[in-house]
Design a protein around this ligand. Structure first.
Ligand code: ZN
Length: 223
């Protein structure tokens, strides 16, 4: 078990560094968590520490009530957001919260990231939810996030940032990267006269490549 936990901690350190190096978080922003298999505990990143320079010993183990089980630092103030997601999504093993500038720009303008224009997003992410604003670190925000996470793997938090979920930390992280790429593409195509959406038939076809991954709501949106 210790070996598994150490491996997961190392992956959190690696993904946190990638988030920082790619400019998806800045300062001490963003947070990452992973579910510890066969337990009711998760590993989370600490509060107030730059994600580019974490050590294995900085990662904290908490239970799903947010109680510290192991670790010398304070867990992220956004821990409730993470624990509430794990409670409603048994298939989710990792959560990434970041402040990617382009996606967060959409979140601050409260413009949804939902146009069916980019197959990669249709394939990897599905529909992106927009979560109403609530003060960061509050139970109110955690409950709104958990509600949206029931049916979505990617969330925009109004005036705040992004959350992506995954069966693995690598998958959750890649969804953040792809979401940010999509925000850039959507912005550029808007500047160039507006994106031309894919037909609902094509969206269905892409979904058909791996029906499990895609969400019905997305097809509805495309019609
Ligand atoms: Zn945040």
């Amino acid at each position: 078990m210790k070996q598994t936990v150490d491996k997961l901690k190392a992956k959190i350190v690696e993904i946190s560094r990638r988030l920082y190096q790619r400019g998806l978080v800045a300062g001490a922003g963003g947070n990452v968590s992973v579910r510890i298999p066969d337990s009711s505990c998760i590993l989370v990143t600490p509060s107030g520490v730059c994600k580019g320079y974490l050590n294995l010993s900085d990662i904290i183990k908490v239970d799903l009530d947010g109680k510290i089980i192991e670790g010398r630092l304070k867990p992220t103030s956004e821990t409730p957001m993470h624990t509430e997601i794990y409670k409603v999504r048994r298939d989710v093993n990792a959560v990434v919260h970041a402040h990617p500038p382009f996606s967060t720009g959409f979140a601050c303008a409260r413009v949804p990231l939902n146009s069916p224009i980019f197959p990669e997003v249709i394939a990897m992410i599905g529909e992106v939810a927009m979560v109403e604003y609530a003060t960061p670190g509050t139970k109110e925000l955690a409950m709104k996030v958990a509600e949206a996470a029931r049916n979505h793997d990617a969330l925009l938090l109004a005036n705040h940032g992004t959350i992506t979920l995954g069966a693995s930390l690598e998958q959750a992280y890649q969804r953040t990267e792809v979401l940010e790429e999509f925000a850039k593409i959507l912005l550029v195509s808007t500047l160039l006269g507006g994106p031309k959406p894919l037909s609902s038939e094509e969206v269905r076809r892409i979904r058909g490549l791996d029906a499990e991954k895609y969400r019905l709501e997305y097809v509805k949106h495309a019609d």
